[in-house]
Write a protein that binds this ligand. Structure first.
Ligand SMILES: Nc1ncnc2c1ncn2[C@@H]1O[C@H](COP(=O)(O)OP(=O)(O)OP(=O)(O)O)[C@@H](O)[C@H]1O
Length: 840
């Protein structure tokens, strides 16, 4: 066979082999080796042409074209190429460029080069190779290592790093170690997926480009590289490994399998190609800019949803029968880059645990979820309880405000800077709802919420989502309250799935939760959906070290933190979409079918008698109640103390805080609204310094309401005649006006004749003395404790079980007869909290 015939055949086979780089390379080598010295120039150039054409078939477009002649504005490919070969230079025939020199890379093997990027020929080749593979492969992950030029060689590709397509360039052996660890982990994951019989063909290629090994690299790193090279191609991992050369006095280099070797000496040789090669020069800067810039842009666009993308086209079309689902972001791990990531409350993931440091994006993530859900499901399908224990305004935007009277109609209660008691009250109310639903189910013979909804279409059974932000605060004291919180959470976590009550617990850490820690398995095991934000600790399984660094990213794991079940996604920034969200809120609000506003508990708010709707509704009654404040409970119920004719129906407000005077005023004014004018008399005494003005204002107000009202002077307070039922409102009763005996007599016998004392005692011990010590406790059944210490309170009441922690803007309302103790926010005169700095 003449060389010509052979060439014909070789060229034909090359055409067939287009796309199969190894065959292309082999055939090129075969054919080229037959170029006899005595061939005519014409024949030689004909052969070179044919080889060029064949090479073009094996690596076309971005992978094979001459970049210097490529229009800088050529767009990168949108689909993955078939070809596995990439051009790295040009083979020379008689010192003239003859045909492209190719190496099998992505989908095929590795390129290994003895020289490194300190050699400008290698640097140029690497830069053009990077442009080629980036432009040709739309779905590519890169790791860049440069131990010889400190990252200089990769400077043109900075846009890829910024967009997360490439990790920041590793320039020392430690960083190289991290690159290898990540690659090994990825490789194991893909191998596991493939082992399960699932395809990995849609996963991105991972290309590790090492422009030169850092000097400290030792034997073990080299062996890791060789092992990676061995296993890499079957898990879509490939290497371009420069600086892979034997050093004197060092152990021999391990062999790199699946590699095409590039020898860069005076002459450059590629694999077994018998001709010298000139490596590609750096690409034109404009071309590199375009390719890297376009890819970065595409990746950002594909990887990000805007807040508007979280909202469905039509509002409230979904049913929560089988669960709740919303979109939270786009997959970022690259596995299915661009795929929407959904999160659900359903049988598989009934409860969620969210972790992340302060400023890590917890609130934004929660807002994204809440808006996503509230736009998909109507208030008949979904109810929300939102609790936030930190200082901040996380959930206030869901509630009406003077600036924006709209609210999200799904929201039943919101706690901002909540007390732990409020949190426990909400959990307890949810537990009561569990019990109610359990009863409904039993009676209907259903075992699942979905079935119950079918059987009882007449009953409203929305799914309930309760969000507790900074939930560790609930357990802060490791005390009785913490115990109650744990008990509630355990019950809700265990049974919520069946009854459609779902919990979202968010915290900076779950490790510090002492009360739960010993029961970590039992409680947190009920929270299969884990959301790890930057700084999250102990949220995923021990072996699962997935982590995100940049705010706006989350690792979502739907298997209790199990390794291999992570999805990394970017979620949109709800905090920068104020206008859109305000409009959305208004749209939702306008669709509401009830005007019932959510209860908003803001721990720092003043409570005013005048703005309590229950005060406005007061009317004359036989069982009047002195209103003193709003309870720290889910509905912020009004706390009152009832007066009747039984012994002991008096009310003592105890504490040095001037808030006591406001409580007295509220009690008296609210009572005045419950008696017909003239039916009772009010007697007002002010013996506490500073209370005179308040007392005078009260007298004015009572008179304006049509009541008879007498101001009493010291010395006559307990002896003034009482012609009809009377309330003695006494600002500063300490010392009993010098007549403790008379006071005790009044306390004991007054109620039977309609005479009640409403007094402010500044000192707890003084109060106890005045009423006759512990024996007199029964004579004053009502106590509002303000800033008094727990032991003083115990002395007053006889010390039954409580954990009173006196603090500003709170009081404990005790009714000994009813056996109740209610934590409340006392009514104050508007602006009072700005005036007083309370002390114990
Ligand atoms: N998805 C996002 N994209 C861009 N920026 C974000 C994103 N999420 C949060 N941020 C930024 O981070 C800031 C802090 O977020 P966020 O308030 O949610 O943190 P947090 O974890 O709730 O913090 P803290 O506990 O201190 O309130 C936001 O104001 C916002 O600027």
């Amino acid at each position: 066979m003449t060389w010509r015939t052979e060439l014909e055949r070789a060229a034909a086979r090359l055409r067939e082999a287009a796309g199969a780089a190894d065959r292309a390379e082999r055939l090129l080598v075969d054919a080229a080796s037959r170029l006899a010295a005595d061939d005519t120039e014409r024949r030689r150039s004909e052969l070179a042409e044919r080889l060029s054409a064949a090479a073009a078939g094996a690596a076309s477009g971005w992978l094979g074209d001459d970049l210097a002649r490529t229009d800088p504005n050529t767009p990168p490919r949108t689909e993955a190429p078939d070809a596995e070969a990439v051009r790295i230079g040009t083979a020379l025939l008689d010192d003239a460029p003859a045909f492209p020199a190719l190496a099998g890379l992505l989908g095929k093997g590795h390129l290994v080069c003895g020289g490194d990027a300190a050699d400008p020929r290698v640097a140029g080749m690497l830069q053009s190779l990077l442009v080629r593979v980036t432009a040709a492969h739309p779905n590519l992950e890169l790791s860049l290592v440069d131990g010889v030029t400190l990252g200089q060689v990769f400077a043109p590709a900075t846009a890829l790093v910024d967009a997360g397509i490439a990790a920041p360039v590793a320039t020392d052996h430690l960083a190289l170690g991290r690159v290898l660890t990540a690659a090994e982990k990825r490789l194991t994951e893909l191998r596991d997926i493939a082992a399960r019989g699932q395809s990995i063909a849609d996963r991105p290629y991972h290309l590790i480009v090492i422009a030169g090994l850092p000097p400290e690299v030792g034997k073990s790193t080299r062996e890791r590289l060789a092992a990676l090279a061995h296993a890499g191609p079957s898990a879509r991992c490939h290497l371009v490994l420069c600086g892979w050369r034997h050093l004197p006095h060092r152990e021999p280099l391990p062999a790199i399998e699946h590699a095409t070797y590039l020898d860069v000496g005076d002459e450059v040789r590629l694999g077994s190609l018998p001709l010298p090669v000139v490596l590609d020069a750096p690409p034109p800067p404009a071309l590199a800019r375009n390719v890297f810039g376009s890819r970065a842009r595409q990746r950002r666009e594909a990887g990000e949803l805007s807040v508007a993308d979280l909202v469905p086209e039509e509002l409230w079309t979904e049913s929560s029968r089988n669960g709740l689902t919303t979109v939270i972001g786009r997959d970022q791990a690259g596995h299915t880059a661009g795929g929407d990531v959904e999160v659900s409350f359903d049988d598989a993931t009934p409860h969620w645990l969210i972790g992340g440091r302060t400023g890590g994006g917890k609130t934004v993530f929660l807002l994204d979820v809440l808006y996503g859900l509230a736009t998909r499901y109507s208030p008949d399908e979904l109810e929300l309880y939102l609790l936030d224990f930190k200082e901040g305004v996380s959930f206030t935007e869901f509630t009406p405000s003077p600036l924006d009277p709209s609210w999200i109609p799904h929201v039943r209660a919101v706690g901002v800077e909540s007390d732990r008691e409020y949190g426990v009250a909400v959990l307890s109310a949810l537990r009561a709802e569990l019990t109610r639903r359990a009863g409904l189910m039993k009676r209907a013979g259903a075992t699942r919420l979905a079935r119950l909804r079918e059987l009882r279409p007449d009953v409203r059974l929305p799914r309930i989502v309760a969000v507790v932000d900074e939930f560790h605060v609930l357990f802060a004291g490791n005390d009785r309250l913490a115990g109650e919180a744990v008990a509630h959470l355990e019950e809700l976590a265990r049974k919520g799935r069946s009854y459609g009550v779902h919990l979202v617990l968010a915290s900076q850490t779950i490790s510090g939760i002492e009360a739960l820690y010993s029961k970590k398995d039992s409680i947190f095991g009920q929270f299969p959906l884990r959301v790890a934000l930057p700084g999250a600790k102990h949220l995923l399984d021990e072996g699962n070290d997935a982590a995100v660094e940049s705010v706006g990213q989350a690792v979502i794991n739907d298997a209790g933190g199990l390794k291999g079940r992570n999805r990394t996604c970017r979620f949109p920034d709800a905090s920068s979409a104020d206008d859109l969200l305000a409009q959305l809120r208004r749209d939702l609000w306008e669709r509401r079918d009830s005007d019932e506003e959510p209860v908003v508990f803001r721990g720092f708010d003043e409570q005013h008698l005048g703005s309590d709707p229950r005060f406005a509704a007061l009317a004359p009654t036989h069982a009047p109640r002195a209103l003193v404040g709003r309870a720290v409970d889910v509905h912020m119920s009004t706390v009152g103390y009832q007066f009747d004719r039984s012994p002991g129906r008096h009310l003592a407000v105890v504490g040095t805080s001037v808030v006591a005077a406001d409580v007295l005023t509220s009690a008296a004014v609210s009572l005045a609204h419950q008696h017909e004018p003239g039916a009772v008399e009010f007697q007002v005494a002010a013996t506490a310094a500073g209370a005179e003005e308040i007392a005078r204002d009260l007298v004015e107000e009572l008179k304006a309401l049509g009541h008879e009202c007498r101001e009493l002077e010291p010395g006559t307070i307990l002896t003034a005649p009482r012609g009809r039922p009377v309330y003695l409102v006494w600002f500063g009763a300490d010392g009993a006006d010098g007549q403790p005996g008379t006071l005790r007599d009044l306390l004991l016998h007054g109620p039977a004749t309609g005479a009640h004392v409403i007094g402010w005692w500044r000192g707890a011990r003084r109060f106890l003395d005045d009423i006759g010590g512990s024996a007199g406790r029964e004579h004053v059944a009502g106590v509002v404790a303000l800033n008094i210490a727990a032991n003083d309170l115990a002395a007053i009441t006889g010390g039954y079980e409580r954990s009173w922690d006196a603090r500003a803007n709170r009081c404990l309302v005790i009714d000994r007869h009813a056996g109740t103790e209610t934590l409340a926010v006392p009514y104050v005169r508007p602006g009072r909290l700005d005036e007083v700095v309370e002390t114990r």
